[in-house]
Design a protein around this ligand. Structure first.
Ligand code: FAD
Length: 503
């Protein structure tokens, strides 16, 4: 077992915490970070891997919420716009990057130029500084998005958005929390909760074969278990009525033809939007919005989901890009929406916070984009914590920004150099240092992708990875590119046990 993990388990079972956070998605990670920044003794407990739930199944957009304008959710749009700017410029520069979007208008479209112009102007007004909007002639749009379907295209609206690598944004936030003193533990499921209002809690944690089961004492507990929020609430109050229902959304990754300078957001009937996003040199298509019931861990992409996404993408992309055989990877995720009647597509996308009679604060839903505000809201709702005024921290997270080492090293393959800087920001130099002492460190893991073997070592040594899946799916881009072959998986697994040494 790694020394970090052993020490963390030791500290958890021995001491008493101010706050235990259940769930290491973006919400739980940010709560742990903000609370640790207050000087609290905090633990972040994640059943699987950090970011392994919804937070690595998003559309990877830090978006201003253009889609919420027709729903009249002006407050959410304004909030999202502000958060997009703060994340892009201060909190996670380089990991959150600008990406303009086209809004194509085809003949027969239900929304004409005047309606779209009005929407864009309102969006622009809510953005404050930055946030350009405008219109693009079809021929210019074609140059920005080479695969764009031209027949019947009358014009394109344009608006600013931003894209990110969601799983690495979670990881950067977990690193921020750990740097402020939080104890962070993945592959550690909370299986029991005993809360006594105003008299603290006893949290039972199953830390797997090596860690065993431990009891952790905490003054406060926040349940940030995403789609599992009601399951964790049931540990506190077995008969509590559900807080959330689910809507499934899927994404497909395909090879990207040509150089795309914009994403595409194509309005569909019923308020939905089909997306085409250039992401890490791939084309990401999404997303669906269908009700889901059952165990969140069992959510999968069906053949019908794939057909729906490809069909909807064919409204704005050329058919030859959209062959089912081209799909390299598919992801399914669940939106946690308030329990209510009506279509999931119409449901409000703000977050929910509930405080139980025993003092358990449960938080779910919302957006990756607004996660800092959600975290502050959850902390403020802690009973007897007397937090008072608290603003979300806006300092830069570790593992974001730019690397002097990468920029100074002219011998690096430019594609690999860009990739490392994008994924690791100011920590890219540490990956290069590892590469320098490993015989295969700068060798590409797969010839068709930019990930190199030193990243695998870095994931095990410094980023809490414990399985091949942790490395391939959330530390590198291997799985998302469809490049995780059996032999690569086995080689990663052989590296795992000796190298879990997060320091
Ligand atoms: P999660 O990421 O699901 O984290 C919850 C964690 O709790 C999980 O990792 C789980 O393993 C853990 N857990 C569960 N039970 C336990 C237990 N007993 N003990 C310990 N841990 C436990 N937002 C945007 O801003 N931009 C987008 O482009 C965007 N696109 C989206 C597309 C789709 C299809 C979906 C579904 C959502 C999208 N969102 C987007 C929303 C965004 O992804 C979510 O709001 C966000 O990721 C929720 O994070 P979370 O931390 O609350 O939940």
């Amino acid at each position: 077992m790694s020394s970090y993990r052993a020490e963390t388990l030791d500290q958890l079972s021995g001491g008493s915490l101010d706050l235990a956070v259940i769930g290491g998605g973006i919400t739980g990670a940010r709560i742990a970070f903000e609370a640790a920044r207050l000087g609290w003794k905090v633990a972040l407990l994640e059943a699987g891997d950090f970011g392994g739930g919804t937070s690595s199944a998003s559309s990877k957009l830090i978006h201003g919420g253009f889609r919420y304008l027709p729903m009249g959710d002006i407050a959410l749009v304004r909030e999202s716009q502000m958060e997009r700017r703060v994340l892009m410029e201060r909190v996670a520069p380089n990991l959150v990057r600008p990406l303009p979007f086209l809004l194509p208008v085809y003949e027969g479209s239900s929304r004409g130029k005047a309606t779209i112009a009005a929407g864009l102007m309102l969006y622009r007004a809510l953005a404050g500084r930055g946030g350009r909007v405008g219109f693009m002639h079809p021929s210019v749009a074609k140059a920005a998005v080479p695969g764009l379907r031209m027949s019947g295209l009358r014009m394109c609206g344009v608006f600013d958005e931003a894209e990110t690598i969601d799983s690495r944004l979670v990881l950067a936030t977990v690193k921020g929390a750990a740097r402020c003193g939080a104890l962070v533990l993945n592959h550690a499921r909370v299986t029991g909760l005993e809360l006594r209002h105003n008299r603290g809690a006893l949290v039972t944690v199953d830390a797997g074969e090596e860690g065993g089961v431990l009891q952790v004492r905490a003054r406060h507990v926040i349940n940030a278990a995403g789609p599992w929020v009601d399951r964790v609430r049931a540990l506190d109050q077995p008969h509590a009525r559900p807080l959330v229902r689910f809507s499934k959304g899927i994404h497909l990754l395909l090879p990207l033809e040509g150089e795309w300078r914009c994403g595409v957001a194509m309005p569909l009937r019923g308020g939905r939007v089909a997306l085409g996003i250039p992401w890490q040199g791939m084309l990401m298509l999404g997303t669906t919005d269908t009700p889901f019931t059952g165990d969140p861990a069992e959510v999968t992409v069906t053949r019908e989901d794939t057909r729906t996404v490809l069909n909807e993408a064919s409204l704005f992309l050329a058919d030859d890009l959209l062959e089912p055989a081209q799909v390299r990877f598919a992801i399914a995720g669940l939106r946690a929406l308030p329990v209510a009647d009506g279509k999931t597509a119409d449901a409000r996308r703000g977050h929910l916070v509930e405080v139980s009679l025993n003092g358990l604060v449960s938080v779910a839903g919302g957006k990756l984009t607004t996660h800092r505000l959600i975290a502050i809201d959850a902390l403020r709702r802690l009973p007897y914590a007397h937090i008072g005024r608290l603003n979300a921290d806006d300092s830069r997270l570790p593992g974001t920004g730019w690397s002097f080492h990468v920029e100074a090293d002219r011998s690096l393959d430019p594609e690999v150099a860009n990739h490392l800087e994008r994924l690791y920001g100011d920590e890219a130099g540490r990956v290069l240092d590892l590469a320098a002492v490993l015989p295969d460190g700068m060798e590409r893991i797969h010839p068709s992708g930019p990930d190199v073997w030193a990243q695998v070592d870095y994931a095990f040594e410094s980023e809490w990875a414990r399985t091949a899946e942790d490395v391939a799916r959330r530390r590198t881009t291997l799985a998302m590119r469809g490049l995780l072959t059996d032999s690569i998986r086995q080689r990663i697994e052989r590296l795992a046990p000796a190298r879990q040494l997060v320091s």
